[in-house]
Design a protein around this ligand. Structure first.
Ligand code: NDP
Ligand code: 8X3
Length: 252
């Protein structure tokens, strides 16, 4: 029987690439995101290959998340894999100049949205004694960088929450993985710089970043390891990205 994957943020980047990768391997798909036109296009593209249930969803809306999961058609209801991918960074300003609304939106999406989806799906997985939650974290959850302030903190939450889920789920056969990518080209920077295409393009200029398809390959691999294996964390960067030395202020 075909396995069922629910992918949040399937309208772009990693989420859309995951949808295509899992469809290519015959998985039944549940796809959501806020942009209806993108969802329609993806459903049209993939529904010829596999069953697809797609619906608009803002993961920040707890009531809507719970309603959408409760209303899953019977043939989609037993979710085997939740890919908590929906997320965003907003701004790259130092903390003292950040917009509080940006901080709240990142917390509401990257932390609370991920929690709403996880909490809605998890009881079914535990009852069935099978399932896998793959969270999309970030290297920003482990390494600080200027301007990473709240975005990195949300991803640090995702990392620790993933590990703590493992502790709670011991004995249930439900798996949890945190995938932690570095620089990857998608709409991420366009969103971070609020539609400023030049700034977004500069992020990737002269580099060979990770591609959404690279992340989809990693997610698919983690999801299809033998059932007795749990990949806890995967940290991945492009070869052309590494670490900087500690910064030191020499102002006396
Ligand atoms: P994209 O901007 O290309 O995709 C983000 C996706 O998240 C979109 O499909 C968007 O859909 C969805 N999304 C955003 N907010 C919401 C919301 N409130 N409700 C539902 N869906 C939402 O970026 P990426 O593919 O790069 O990002 C995917 C994940 O990967 C994010 O969690 C990001 O933090 C993480 N990441 C990205 C890295 C990168 O360098 N690109 C590196 C490390 C991690 P829509 O707008 O239609 O709602
Ligand atoms: C996205 C990667 O380095 O821009 O999570 O924070 S980074």
């Amino acid at each position: 029987m075909s396995q069922i994957a629910l992918i949040t943020g399937a309208t772009s980047g990693f989420g859309a690439a995951c949808a295509r990768r899992f469809a290519a391997h015959g998985w039944t798909l549940i796809l959501c995101g806020r942009r209806q036109d993108r969802l329609d296009a993806l459903r049209t593209e993939l529904a010829a290959t596999v069953p697809v249930h797609a619906f608009p969803l803002d993961v920040r809306d707890e009531t809507a998340v719970n309603a959408a999961i409760a209303a899953l058609p019977i043939e989609f209801a037993e979710v085997d894999l939740l890919v908590n991918n929906a997320g965003l960074a907003l701004g790259l300003e130092p903390a003292q100049r950040c917009d509080m609304e940006d901080w709240q939106r990142m917390i509401d999406t990257n932390i609370k949205g991920l929690l709403y989806c996880t909490r809605a799906i998890l009881p079914g997985m535990v009852a069935r004694q099978r399932g896998h939650i793959i969270n999309i974290g970030s290297v920003a959850g482990s390494y600080p960088y200027p301007g990473g302030n709240v975005y990195g903190a949300t991803k640090a939450f995702v990392k620790q929450f993933s590990l703590n889920l493992r502790a709670d789920l011991l004995g249930t056969r439900v798996r949890v993985t945190n995938v932690e990518p570095g620089l990857a080209e998608s709409e991420f920077s366009l969103v971070r710089f609020k539609g400023d295409r030049d700034k977004a393009d500069q992020t990737y200029q002269g580099t060979q970043p990770l591609r959404p398809e690279d992340i989809a390959d990693i997610v698919y691999w983690a999801a299809t390891c033998p059932a007795h294996i749990n990949i806890n964390r995967i940290e991945v960067m492009p070869v052309g990205q590494a670490f900087a030395p500690f910064a030191i202020s020499r102002d006396g």
